[in-house]
Write a protein that binds this ligand. Structure first.
Ligand code: ZN
Length: 364
C-alpha cells in the first residue's frame, strides 16, 4: 500500500471499486441477483517484493474463499497474470478526477478545479497536499483521462478498469474526520465547494441563463448543484464508452449511499451506466454501527433498481474482529449486494469470515 493510500485509509474515505465479467454484464439484471452469481473483490496495491510463490498461494486462497476479482492500484503485469492464473479477474484501479501528477500540474494548471473563493487545486489543494481535483467541464481533461484509461484497456492482461475519486472534492467530510481536521461542516464552506472556474460558470450560464456570480447562496441552487453532478456524469460516460469499445467492464468506487454521494461529494452514481459500483460503506467513518452496512446496501440497490450490480465496499480496520466482519458481510448480502469488496489487510480470518457469510447467505 502506498503512503498516499495509507493516508487516505487513515483519514479520508478511500476509493474502492468492483467489476463484472463482460458476459455477466451483458446477461441482464437477473444474472447478478442470483446467489450463485455473487462476486467478491479485493482492493490492493501490488507490492513488488511479493515472490511468485507468495502470489500463487495468496490468490489460490482468495479464490477458494469466494473472491473472484482484484482491483490493482498499480500496473504490475506479474501480479495481474498471477491473479488470472488462479481464475481471478484482474482490473486496473485508477484515480479519476483527483490527479496530482507533476507533469500535469506543471503543464496544465488551468485544468484544475477552482473553489467558491476563487482558489485553484493547482496551488491551493484543500485538506491535504494530494487533493488535486480536475475540472470536469473541460474537453481537454476528458480527453486526457480517456487516453489514460485506454492505455490500460489496451493491455491483454488487464480485464477491466476501476474508477476512484470520480467526483468533486468533499464539500462535507465524513463526520469522523471533522475532529481530525478541526472543522465543523454542518454547512457548505466556500473553500471546499467546487468548481467555480470560468468554463463551468460560462457553461452553466449558457445552459440555465444564470450568472452564478450574481447568486447570493449558490450552494443552495438546485440547478447549479445538478449541473455539477452532470459534469462528472459526462466524464463517466466518456470513460464508459472507451471501456465498451474494448469490450471490458468499467466499475467504480463510490460514496456509500446515493444520498451521501450527492450531499458530500456531488457524485450521482445512480445515473451512471457502468458495469458495477463498489460503494465504500465504511461505517466507522460515519460513526455508524455494523448494521448500517445493510441499510446502506438496501438504499443503493433500491435506487439502482437492477441497472447494474452493487458490491459493498468494506473497510476491514473498521471491524473489531472477524466475527463482526462476517456480520457486516451478511448484512450486505442479505440486503441485495452482489458481493463485497475488501479494503485493508485480507487475513486468513477475513477469508474465513467471507466463506462463512457466503454459506449462511445460501442457506437463508
Ligand atoms: Zn470548472
Amino acid at each position: 500500500m502506498t503512503s498516499r493510500r495509507n493516508f487516505v485509509k487513515n483519514t479520508l474515505a478511500a476509493g474502492i471499486s468492483a467489476s463484472l465479467l463482460p458476459a455477466l454484464a451483458n446477461a441482464g439484471p437477473q444474472a447478478f441477483k442470483s446467489k450463485n452469481h455473487l462476486k467478491h473483490w479485493v482492493w490492493t496495491n501490488p507490492n513488488p517484493k511479493d515472490t511468485d510463490e507468495q502470489l500463487v498461494e495468496r490468490y489460490k486462497k482468495y479464490y477458494e474463499a469466494g473472491i473472484r476479482g482484484m482491483f490493482f492500484e498499480a500496473d504490475s503485469e506479474r501480479h495481474f497474470r498471477a491473479a488470472k492464473a488462479q481464475k481471478l479477474e484482474a482490473h486496473r484501479w485508477i484515480w479519476t478526477m483527483n490527479r496530482g501528477e507533476k507533469s500535469l500540474l506543471e503543464a496544465h494548471p488551468d485544468w484544475y478545479a477552482v473553489n467558491r473563493k476563487g482558489e485553484s487545486c493547482a496551488d491551493h489543494p484543500p485538506y491535504v497536499g494530494y487533493y488535486r481535483w480536475l475540472c470536469p467541464s473541460r474537453e481537454s481533461v476528458k480527453r486526457y483521462l480517456a487516453d489514460d484509461y485506454e492505455a490500460a484497456l489496451k493491455k491483454d492482461y488487464i480485464d477491466g478498469i476501476h474508477l476512484d475519486y470520480v467526483r468533486f472534492c468533499d464539500v462535507i467530510l465524513p463526520v469522523n474526520l471533522w475532529e481530525k481536521y478541526n472543522i465543523v461542516q454542518t454547512s457548505e464552506l466556500p473553500e471546499y465547494d467546487f468548481c467555480y472556474c470560468q468554463v463551468c460558470k460560462d457553461d452553466y450560464k449558457t445552459e440555465h441563463g444564470i450568472d452564478i456570480n450574481t447568486v447570493k447562496y449558490p450552494e443552495a441552487s438546485p440547478s447549479w448543484r445538478r449541473f455539477r453532478y452532470q459534469r462528472v456524469n459526462a466524464v463517466v460516460e466518456r470513460l464508459t464508452a472507451v471501456a465498451k469499445s474494448y469490450n471490458k467492464p468499467i466499475t467504480a468506487a463510490v460514496f456509500p449511499t446515493p444520498d451521501i454521494a450527492h450531499r458530500n461529494v456531488k457524485q450521482d452514481w445512480v445515473n451512471w451506466n457502468v458495469s458495477g459500483v463498489c460503494p465504500m460503506i465504511y461505517h466507522g467513518f460515519y460513526k455508524e454501527n455494523v448494521s448500517w452496512i445493510g441499510e446502506a446496501v438496501a438504499e443503493g440497490v433500491k435506487a439502482l433498481n437492477g441497472k447494474f450490480p452493487l458490491y459493498a465496499g468494506l473497510y476491514l480496520s473498521d471491524f473489531k474482529d472477524d466475527k463482526e466482519l462476517q456480520q457486516g458481510m451478511e448484512y450486505a448480502l442479505a440486503n441485495g449486494a452482489s458481493g463485497v469488496s475488501m479494503f485493508g489487510n485480507v487475513s486468513d480470518g477475513a477469508l474465513a469470515a467471507l466463506k462463512a457469510a457466503i454459506d449462511n447467505n445460501k442457506r437463508a
